[in-house]
Design a protein around this ligand. Structure first.
Ligand SMILES: Nc1nc2c(ncn2[C@@H]2O[C@H](COP(=O)(O)OP(=O)(O)OP(=O)(O)O)[C@@H](O)[C@H]2O)c(=O)[nH]1
Ligand SMILES: [Mg+2]
Length: 451
């Protein structure tokens, strides 16, 4: 796949604002011609020339360095020119204008990376790793993104794809000789290879999960009745006083968010309106929004005031939750009932007793959260991952499992081959081997301009 893009695009590669140096990057068939128009010199590839940059009226707008990267030896795989001028907004704007006048058009967000992908310079997960590296806010996240950029994630995916293709071909070639009675089940080769594929999918999923955790962080939603201490817990965990806390039931109505880190694990905490059958329209809306958040959360804390009837309150809260939500019960205000912070069981569900007010037991909760999120302290993931990757791995894994069932239950080799083909397609979405334009548009539009 080689891009047939005929446009020449231009954007500022350095962040907007003032700096020592600002870089305008041009990519496409006209790049070297545009550089010649602006600098008055035909550039030699990979040579840094110090030159005057002129606009369309032949006025000098800046002095700087111009470098020409000849196709295919450039980031995008096309002809690329970098004009490195002084990093001021007026200077950058003047050089941009000169490029536009000479025939370039303004690049869309992520378009340079998209070109690199279309010209096989990077695969999709590597292109995403660039954005993740730029956006990384912890060292561990940056290291993981770098591993992905170096192709470690893609390598694992490609190895697994090869295994799938191999097994598929093996099954399909056996199907080509229908006159021979084939006993797929008795064939050790097939079961052995299927087991290997399943194990490898599981391993990659685990690593990717840690990668996604470092990259995006998990969302933790706090739900409970009014006055249970939800806002107090948000404040305690985030060590801020961003949420208003009062003893008036129904204080919080809006959704409040704080992002924190627990030993390097990024976590987005969401505080909500207390759940009750409110009569006030504003509060009703708050309750509606709170429950809506449950659909998006990775995990939920059901917060209960220990002075309330705990079991009954828990049942009531559970009945309001959408199905399939993962939750932890937290009993708050242990200081008021004179109990020590601890882990315990309520209605066969894991629970933690603490006090958001005094901070006792918060450490138990934090450890618990690390455990359920699958976070390993100090361990950086081998690669960066996004939810999209986890979804693709999940779908691929489901296909393999269905294929195995077809084999075991129905002895249907052709259905196994078909499921393997689908598994392969899902996996290929990660590196972009299989993609559609919608997916590309969505991924690259989230990049910053000039990348
Ligand atoms: N003693 C004690 N008081 C607490 C504790 N947690 C919260 N409170 C008090 O309980 C009251 C309600 O706390 P909030 O954090 O506002 O409760 P909420 O669940 O956010 O309430 P709504 O926003 O109304 O739904 C406040 O007076 C808090 O000071 C605790 O652990 N111990
Ligand atoms: Mg509140």
């Amino acid at each position: 796949m080689v891009s047939d893009n005929k446009d020449t695009i231009v954007a500022q590669a350095t962040p907007p604002g003032r700096g020592g140096v600002g870089i305008i990057r041009v990519s496409g068939p006209l790049a070297s011609k545009i550089a010649e128009t602006i600098t008055g010199k035909k550039l030699k590839p990979r040579f840094a020339d110090y030159l005057a940059f002129k606009n369309q009226n032949q006025e000098i707008v800046d002095y700087g360095i111009a470098i020409f990267f000849k196709s295919p030896h450039s980031f995008t795989g096309e002809d690329v020119v970098e004009l490195q001028g002084h990093g001021g907004p007026m200077v950058m704007d003047a050089i941009m204008q000169a490029c536009l006048f000479a025939g370039a058009r303004v690049a869309r967000p992520g378009e340079f990376s998209q070109q690199a992908f279309l010209n096989n310079k990077l695969d999709l997960s590597q292109a995403e790793a660039i954005a993740d590296l730029i956006n990384a806010s912890t060292q561990a996240a940056a290291n993981s993104a770098l591993h992905s950029l170096q192709g470690e994630f893609s390598k694992k995916i490609n190895q697994l794809l090869q295994q799938m293709i191999h097994l598929r071909m093996y099954v399909e070639s056996a199907l080509d000789f229908p006159e021979e009675e084939i006993d797929f089940l008795a064939d050790d080769q097939i079961t052995q290879q299927l087991d290997n594929i399943k194990n490898e999918l599981k391993n990659i999923f685990q690593t990717a999960k840690q990668g996604r955790l470092l990259n995006e962080g998990m969302t933790l939603l706090i739900l409970g009745k009014p006055n249970a201490g939800k806002s107090s817990l948000l404040n305690a965990l985030s060590e801020t006083d961003s949420a208003i806390v009062t003893d008036i039931a129904g204080t919080t109505r809006d959704i409040l968010r704080e992002s924190i880190q627990i030993d390097g694990m990024p976590l987005h905490i969401v505080d909500t309106a207390g759940l009750r059958d409110a009569t006030d329209a504003v509060e009703q809306e708050g309750v509606r929004r709170a429950l809506l958040q449950a659909e998006k959360a990775d995990h939920i804390i059901l917060l209960i005031d220990e002075q309330d009837q705990v079991e009954r309150t828990l049942q009531e809260l559970e009945s309001r939750l959408p199905a399939n939500n993962q939750y932890t019960v937290v009993l708050n205000k242990c200081d008021l009932v004179n109990k020590t912070p601890s882990e315990l069981q309520i209605n066969n569900h894991q629970a933690i007793r603490l006090s958001a007010h005094t901070g006792q037991g918060l450490a138990i909760l934090k450890n618990h959260l690390k455990k359920i999120m699958g976070f390993q302290e100090g361990a950086e993931s081998q690669f960066m991952a996004r939810r999209r990757h986890l979804d693709a791995l999940q779908r691929s894994s489901e296909c393999v499992q269905r294929g195995e069932q077809q084999l075991k239950v129905n002895q249907a080799g052709e259905l196994l081959a078909e499921e393997l083909r689908l598994a392969q397609e899902s996996l290929g979405e990660i590196t972009g081997e299989f993609h559609n334009d919608d997916l590309l548009g969505k991924i690259f539009s989230e990049f910053c301009i000039g990348k």
